[in-house]
Design a protein around this ligand. Structure first.
Ligand SMILES: [Zn+2]
Length: 108
């Protein structure tokens, strides 16, 4: 298999295989809950779920052990809850600021 080195920033360099089109596979990182932060190579002609290119796909990183997956899953859920909470608080803050500005107009 023909390979080329792909820079992963601060992580170790990995050898990129060529896809079935003969192009250097693109290195991506999974952000889904089932495989968080797990690197994989795909056809560079693919984009998202609709366009698969030649269908080439291979994991780079090993799968997290069950315990670590459960931990990351819990952290993802907690992050979403906190983001939702922040959104509600920001909306409330905007509403209160509107009332405050209105009350200044009534006083002056
Ligand atoms: Zn391809």
């Amino acid at each position: 298999m023909n390979t080329e080195i792909v820079d992963r920033g601060e992580e170790l360099d990995v050898a990129a295989p060529r896809c079935f089109c003969g192009k250097i596979a693109r290195l991506q990182t999974s952000l889904i809950e089932a495989n968080p932060l797990r690197g994989f190579h795909v056809c560079p002609n693919s984009s998202g779920r609709r366009k698969k290119g030649c269908g080439f796909f291979v994991w780079v990183d090993v799968e997290f052990p069950h315990r670590e997956k459960a931990l990351v899953s819990w952290l993802f859920r907690r992050l979403k809850e906190l983001e939702k909470d922040v959104g509600h608080r920001q909306a409330r803050e905007r509403k209160l600021m509107g009332w405050l500005i209105l009350s200044w107009d009534l006083v002056s």
